[in-house]
Design a protein around this ligand. Structure first.
Ligand SMILES: Nc1ncnc2c1ncn2[C@@H]1O[C@H](COP(=O)(O)OP(=O)(O)OP(=O)(O)O)[C@@H](O)[C@H]1O
Ligand SMILES: O=C(O)c1ccc[n+]([C@@H]2O[C@H](COP(=O)([O-])O)[C@@H](O)[C@H]2O)c1
Length: 202
């Protein structure tokens, strides 16, 4: 029997943005995957937390993929808690779903960092890494990565958090429902200035 082909896009998703959705979709079509799961981590192995709680990141991820039948939320890391080492997660997923083969989707920055990942030699035997180029990274590694030909996107969660701090809109950078949630919960900073057409003359 053919195994189901499952893409996994692991991330901190603080917040999720169109770069994430585009890379997942590019991998889905290029590799003929059955689905792509967006998998928020609990504690990121190599990243400073900036105080946004896990619940908010999970909710934003859920909202970002809402209505896309080929995308799902994978909550295995957030429900387990602790530092989310991909090797440990993939061992659990393969035990739970032995009828699946997993394609772990990463950006060029992560491709370059693979040699620092926990038990990377063993992890590379468990999953097929799929790489998407990212501006500023050459995306080279000694580990097997299938690179996908996709337009590079100059977009990051860091840039979006900075835009909120600077009072700029997130329109066309994140799905509308994600921006609505960020504004409602007042994540990252203040509301943007009102558009010029809505300002009252002083
Ligand atoms: N613009 C992009 N191009 C290619 N890959 C990306 C892009 N944005 C994110 N990724 C990849 O998506 C995955 C999850 O990324 P993450 O949630 O950390 O977002 P990020 O934009 O890199 O966040 P931050 O700016 O906070 O570091 C990682 O593998 C990352 O390399
Ligand atoms: O297992 C590791 O050592 C490891 C090191 C760095 C990143 N990862 C995973 O790679 C994914 C993207 O990481 P990040 O930091 O960009 O959110 C996410 O699922 C992380 O848990 C995993």
């Amino acid at each position: 029997m053919n195994k189901r082909k499952i893409g996994i896009l692991g991330g901190t998703f603080n917040p999720p943005h169109f770069g994430h959705l585009i890379m997942a979709n590019e991998a889905y079509y290029a590799l003929g995957l059955d689905e792509v799961r967006f998998m928020p981590n609990a504690i990121a192995p190599h990243k400073e937390s900036n105080g946004i709680d896990t619940e908010a990141r999970v909710e934003m991820t859920r909202l970002a993929i809402e209505g896309q039948a080929h995308f799902r939320l994978e909550d295995i890391e957030v429900s387990g808690g602790g530092v989310s080492y991909t090797y440990e997660t993939m061992v659990k997923l393969l035990e739970r779903e032995p009828d699946c083969e997993f394609y772990f989707i990463i950006g060029g920055d992560m491709v370059e960092s693979l040699h620092t990942w926990h038990r990377i030699g063993e992890l590379a035997e468990l999953v097929q890494f799929v790489g998407i180029g990212r501006p500023g990274y050459i995306a080279e590694t000694e580990y097997p990565v299938m690179m996908i030909d996709s337009p590079e996107m100059h977009l990051s969660s860091t840039m979006l958090r900075e835009r909120v701090v600077a009072g700029k809109p997130l329109t066309f950078f994140v799905p509308e429902q994600v921006e609505t949630y960020i504004r409602k919960e007042r994540l990252y900073g203040p509301e943007p200035d009102a558009p010029k057409s809505q300002r009252t003359p002083s």
